[in-house]
Design a protein around this ligand. Sequence first.
Ligand SMILES: NC(=O)c1ccc[n+]([C@@H]2O[C@H](COP(=O)([O-])OP(=O)(O)OC[C@H]3O[C@@H](n4cnc5c(N)ncnc54)[C@H](O)[C@@H]3O)[C@@H](O)[C@H]2O)c1
Length: 461
Amino acid sequence: MSETATRAKSTNDIKDIQLADEGRRRTEWAERAMPVLRQIRERFKREKPLTGRRLAACLHVTTETANLVVALQAGGADVALCASNPLSTQDDVAAHLVRDHGTKVFAIKGEDHATYYDHIRAALAHRPDITMDDGADLVSALHMIALNRLDDLAPPVRKWVETLSSAERKALVGGVIGSTEETTTGVIRLKAMAKDGVLQFPVIAVNDSQTKHLFDNRYGTGQSTLDGIVRATNLLIAGSTVVVAGYGWCGRGFAMRVRGAGANVVVTEIDPMKALEAQMDGYRVLPMEEAAPIGDLFVTLTGNVEVLRVEHMRAMKDGAIVDNSGHFNVEIDLEGLKQVAKGPVRVREFVDEWQLGGKKLFVLGEGRLINLAAAEGHPASVMDMSFANQALAAEHVVNNAQKLSKDVHRIPADLDHEIARLKLQAMGVAIDTLTPAQRKYLASWDMGTTSGWIARRIRRW
Ligand SMILES: NC(=O)c1ccc[n+]([C@@H]2O[C@H](COP(=O)([O-])OP(=O)(O)OC[C@H]3O[C@@H](n4cnc5c(N)ncnc54)[C@H](O)[C@@H]3O)[C@@H](O)[C@H]2O)c1
């Protein structure tokens, strides 16, 4: 497809509708592990909190996302869905949503750059009241339109926007009552917009919920990144040296899992606090320059650009494997590699060989997040909580559109705790509750070391 052609029709653009049966079976399998979202879906069915709302979602098109979309539609929303990454779409799931739920889906696994953005255009052409992003692609396109920075739009979006009158452009952006954002990288972009005073509508940072990043980023990314690497390479992890760039929520989770599989783990960081934590968690902490010559496998999980640069790749061993699980394909300097290396030669699905100064280097999944490129993304059980947050965030936007300022907000803490409570309940895990005396004690300031009279006072409570 040429950079500016408009390909997608208004209802869907998917690979093959015949895949729908497989997509339905796999979506139902995921649903079994998503009890919290199921409860929200059943309540949405009764209460219809999203009635009359048009919602555009730019998310990884996976079985878990299908369950979220079904819940949103049960709540009354009219949903258009496009992919938040060109490699992460599960074509059978896209077919299932179109055939069985009438969702407008614009996503094909492996779509080129132009098609990816044409699908973003199609989601915007749905003229949403609410947008739901994983990486802020919808919101940033809307802001380029609002700020008249059309040159910063990808050609398929720009060409379409140029056909709209200024009143239509205004209505497109002004029609959005609020947005939700799934991931760390998206939230960073949105906070930068709020800081610059350009944010046009309120955004709920789903990633900032505890029931999101504590579990999805840590346990979800930890397990699924290892899964993606193993599926792509069939590598034996035990005994290898794995270099983990970034010791945030995702890095901690991955380092923990890969150590469990028997690797010697080296962590690189730029934040002294995180580096100290990694050191005390028992990992070896090194600058990338020193880690480069000793690593067998390199994984970036930072949300930053050019974490692995040409100078590092030159220093790597023959046969080193390089890959990324951060949101965008910017963490490994593949443009720089192209300048100095020969390749790529595809040696296995998701594995590209590069010749660099007499050595071979292997890049996985074209530097895109490997857990979604080569595996299926996070397990449904963890997405249960992330997408419970998304569904409740959409409802929160509708209920509070007038009150929310044009800023980045968190989901209210009581909703976050409620999701944790429901998840524990579904897992059959009971916990204690505060006694009246404990509640009073925790709220008091005038009791220190116990003595007889304090103990007597507590007993009287
Ligand atoms: N693969 C997935 O499915 C998935 C899931 C959730 C989040 N993410 C993405 O993963 C990335 C990390 O997310 P997070 O929640 O762990 O963020 P985080 O902010 O908790 O952690 C990022 C860490 O990277 C460190 N860092 C930044 N630049 C660095 C550099 N040059 N070298 C070494 N370390 C550096 C930071 O100090 C920080 O500790 C983001 O892009 C996020 O959107 C991916």
